[in-house]
Ligand binder design. Sequence first.
Ligand code: AHR
Length: 366
Amino acid sequence: MKKRIVAGMLTALMAVSMVGCGGASSDTADSGNAGSDAGADAGTEEAAADGDVITVGFAQVGHESDWRTASTKSVQDAFSADKGYDLQFVDCDNDSAAQIEAVRQFIQDDVDYIVIDPIVSTGWDTVLTECEDAGIPVIVIDRTIDDSDKYVSWVGSEFMNEGLAAGTWLKDYAEAKGISDLNILVIEGSNGSSAQIGRTDGFKKIADAEGWTILDSQDGNFTQDGGQQVMESYCKSYEGQFNVVVCQNDNEAFGAMDAMTAAGVSYGVDKDVILISFDACKSGLEFVQSGDINADFMCYPLQGEYCADIVQKLEAGETVEKQTFMTEPWYVAEDILPSITYTNNAGEEVTEELVVVTDAASQASY
Ligand code: AHR
């Protein structure tokens, strides 16, 4: 065990912290994610003053989206040198093998903590065992690791609920608009990521229950180029046959909009195609506000302070939560449905407010 870790530190409390997952509690831009408490800053400033630098290795997914840019900045800000950290940042460029190698290099470099945003959800147990053997606590952010529990804490989103919410919103919206026949094209996120798996499964659950036709579902890799390329091909293969496009992140939606415009397909409020997206980044919400995207389901990326808080708790020998879920409002273009009700991934029936996007909401987003 590394010298920095006090006895019993890794027997972290296995409780689940629900920071209001999936909530949409106001019509402002406030996502409800306040970040960690002030303790993290106070603790790290003390560490910096002591000259006791904490080394953190961060194996980031890549740089594929606005979401990812915000995530990287959030972690870099939280683990800055003036707060007493030495952050070793690796952009893994969506390459799973490179990400495993980055983690192994952190072990070689004997860092104090390892933060991983896993590109894919499986294939982790061996390298996490290596981290455990080296006595280095691992914190997972954003996407989940589904085939190992050898990490101290995870902070992120309930992707399945995002998909369930999107499907439920579409059901209620189509009813409200008198649209009975839904023919859907999906542009998925990177295959094998928990974000893609959860959003796909959640949406499909509603689609299957409602008997909707999903004409096709292809990987757009969470990028604008990927979204554009998949949509260009859909516009040729399914010309005149679709009236819903679901993009699993905003950047894919930006690409899909370009492709539809080029193909003469209109999208958004009362147009040919209902367009659904995820992330609710600033540019995404601007398109919701202008009516080009009908609904955008937030995925909250600013998890750096939560991570730093976990490190500070471990430094102090305190227990930490095994799971922390982000609060994520659901944003819409029109004021015709106040809320949606669905059974979430925990089996609870939840009613969640829909937030009509205002200037304040889009400008305050990341
Ligand atoms: O894992 C989070 C997803 O990854 C976000 O939805 C997407 O934008 C990012 O690339």
